[in-house]
Design a protein. Structure first.
Length: 213
């Protein structure tokens, strides 16, 4: 075998190995999730406001937010009451860290029901929650309107009787907080402590008397 033949054979072998290696490398395709600035969506900035701040919310507040004109980039500022009041460790304006954490959890549950990709729901500062959602580009206005209506709903605790009729609501609560009580085995058991106004206390007493005795 001549020197040139050996060289050509070596080049052919190396070319074959390189081609085989190239074919064995997997092709990685990654789907890039576009942000709301490119894909379109909803940007909502919520700020907690207590009754002392003048933030008492009326039933129509959520509807007013949802009726704002919608575009591909929607920015809305809404006010909402803390879900619970009267707890220890309250921060600015009588709003505690637990209030904000509970509110974030409620909003996340509402947003998750839409099955959106990578929604951003996070607290900003002491009293604000930022929500960024990339909506369905095939029906942007319908999707945005539905999301805003869901986010804008006021959380309301309801007490129902056995038939499902609402007999008492959280509007009559003055204090609702998580507490710990020692059980018969000496363990600290978490409980919910509720205090009603005079009207709520009377209704609750009548309700428990008729169902428990």
């Amino acid at each position: 075998m001549t020197q040139w033949t050996k060289l050509l054979t070596l080049i052919l072998i190396m070319t074959t190995i390189a081609a085989a290696a190239a074919l064995s490398v997997p092709v990685i395709v990654r789907e890039i999730n576009l942000g709301i600035d490119l894909r379109g969506g909803v940007y909502v900035l919520l700020e907690a406001q207590t009754a002392e701040d003048g933030g008492e919310q009326t039933p129509g507040d959520g509807e007013a937010v949802a009726q704002e004109p919608l575009g591909w980039w929607q920015k809305v500022t809404a006010w909402f009451d803390g879900l619970f009041g009267g707890k220890e460790g309250q921060e600015a304006g009588g709003i505690s860290a637990d209030d904000m954490a509970a509110t974030v959890a409620v909003l996340r549950n509402r947003v998750d029901s839409f099955g959106l990709t990578e929604p951003i729901i996070q607290r900003e500062g002491e009293r604000r929650i930022r929500i960024e959602l990339a909506t369905d580009p095939t029906k942007p206005e319908q999707s945005q309107r539905e999301i805003l209506e869901t986010i804008g709903k006021t959380a309301l605790l309801e007490f129902k009787d056995a038939s499902g009729k609402t007999v008492l609501t959280g509007a009559n609560l003055t204090v609702a907080q998580a507490v710990y009580q020692t059980d018969e085995f000496g363990r600290q058991v978490p409980m919910v402590s509720l205090e009603f106004d005079s009207k709520g206390a009377q209704i609750f007493a009548e309700l428990t008397a008729s169902h428990i005795g």
